[in-house]
Design a protein around this ligand. Structure first.
Ligand SMILES: *Cc1c(COP(=O)(O)O)cnc(C)c1O
Length: 433
């Protein structure tokens, strides 16, 4: 990639004159890896092309949303056909219950659901429902868990926030996060202590069944089971935040298989096929607390947007068992290839974590198991690896604590490219000092 990316650099300078920091979401600004962000012109399948015409293998996948790769024909067709009939009505269309039925068929415990426009809104609203249903105010979240940027959840929120080394966020009154309690991920005893102390005031525990915003951290055996048992013993609800994992690790949700009994589930990313979406749902008697059925208010001008619904339904229709098998095969091949390449280059601090098509690429003695460990990863080695991969034509997340996502558009030849790029990158990186 000699010659650099002059058009991206120029676009970033221009964007910075109107957009805050030149971007609409902080991690995109490359603050955690240095350099100037790549501006993309188009994507197709597993590839992205930047403004200067360079091609990249995409391992970000719009942070997991584009599970089928870029511009998958059935999704693009559904979007185009729907758009021609009108972009938004602010009134019901059949497309909303069509997508809702797809989700419910795969996740039967979601008896009622509500679409919103982002994962942030989904979790924020699920928590409002939990508070409304229990009459309690406190919530328990895990350090390094990211559940969107709503005020009460911006406490030890992982990746974006942690990468910037901000403790939390300015502009969030202490009293707002005063209702939030924190426990280390994978620490059931800390959860037990919190419930012991104030269990009668906790409305809900919110948890990512596989943490994807502090690297990729799988739950330890027994952890999630203990979380839901403790919550339910104390009359609190459990919110499974499946904004990343929902329909990514399997058709439906993953929390039950990992031992978590949830009362409310949140979705986002994959279910919108690359368009803005969120959804929350649960048992009928809990969800019927939401307006117009109940006293918990939540609304959205563009919620259930027909174009988004059509994209979501077309995406879920394309997610066949064969696609999930392919995702597993591809992800495993990339992981194995990278591990071997690291070993061959004498790179000993590459403890790649993998849960299905979620890869945690970090440089550390071992893969992080909680936020404290995630904070000790070698950021400067990740930054060098990131840029070496970028030069070799592989686009990784521009932050050491974000998940690397595999799409079903990635084929065997792409795996070869990803592994060859890593060989070059590891050789340039050498041993840790
Ligand atoms: C991305 C994410 C969110 C927030 O979704 P947005 O659509 O970015 O608002 C919430 N929870 C988890 C687990 C996420 O990864």
């Amino acid at each position: 990639m000699t010659g650099g990316r002059p058009r991206s650099a120029r676009a970033f300078r221009r964007a910075s004159r109107t957009l805050v920091g030149g971007v609409d979401s902080p991690v995109r600004a490359f603050g955690a890896v240095g350099g100037s962000p790549v501006f993309f012109a188009r994507g197709r399948g597993s590839s992205l092309w930047d403004l200067d015409g360079h091609r990249y293998l995409d391992l970000v996948g719009s942070w997991g949303a584009t599970i089928l790769g870029h511009a998958p024909p059935p999704v693009v067709r559904a979007v185009a056909a729907t758009a021609r009939r009108g972009l938004s009505f602010g009134a019901p269309t059949e497309l909303e219950h069509v997508l809702a039925e797809r989700i419910r068929r795969a996740v039967p415990e979601v008896e009622r659901l509500r679409f919103v426009s982002s994962g942030t809104e989904a979790v924020m609203s699920a928590i409002r429902v939990a508070r409304g249903a229990t009459g309690r105010s406190r919530i328990l979240k895990f350090e390094g868990g990211y559940h969107g940027h709503s005020d009460g959840l911006l406490a030890r929120a992982g990746s974006g926030v942690a990468s910037a080394s901000l403790p939390d966020s300015a502009g969030v009154p202490a009293s707002f996060v005063g209702e939030t309690r924190l426990a280390p991920y994978n620490d059931a005893e800390a959860v037990a202590r919190l419930f012991e102390a104030e269990g009668d005031r906790i409305a809900a525990v919110v948890v990512e069944p596989v943490a994807g915003n502090m690297g990729v951290v799988a739950p330890r055996p027994g952890f999630l089971g203990a979380v839901s048992r403790l919550a339910h013993e104390h009359g609190a609800l459990v919110v499974a935040d499946e904004v990343i994992t929902g329909f990514r690790l399997r058709r439906g949700t993953i929390h039950r298989r990992l031992g978590l009994t949830a009362d409310l589930v949140t979705f986002g990313k994959v279910i919108g096929g690359g368009l803005p979406i969120g959804a929350y749902g649960g048992r009928r008697e809990i969800m019927e607390n939401v307006a117009p059925m109940g006293p918990v208010y939540q609304a959205g001008t563009l919620a259930g947007n027909p174009v988004v619904m059509a994209a979501g339904a077309a995406t879920l229709d394309a997610l066949t068992p064969a696609i999930y098998r392919r995702l597993e095969r591809t992800s495993s091949a990339i992981a194995e290839g990278w591990r071997t390449a690291a070993a061959e280059a004498g790179v000993e601090d590459f403890p790649l974590a993998r849960v299905g098509s979620m890869l945690g690429v970090t440089f550390a003695a071992r893969a992080p198991r909680d936020l404290a460990e995630a904070m000790t990863v070698d950021r400067s080695r990740y930054a060098r690896f990131f840029h070496a991969m970028l030069e070799a034509g592989v686009y990784l997340p521009p932050s050491p604590l974000e998940t690397t996502f595999v799409s079903s558009a990635i084929g065997p030849r792409d795996v070869g490219r990803a592994v060859a790029a890593a060989r070059t990158a590891f050789a340039a990186l050498g041993r840790p000092r």
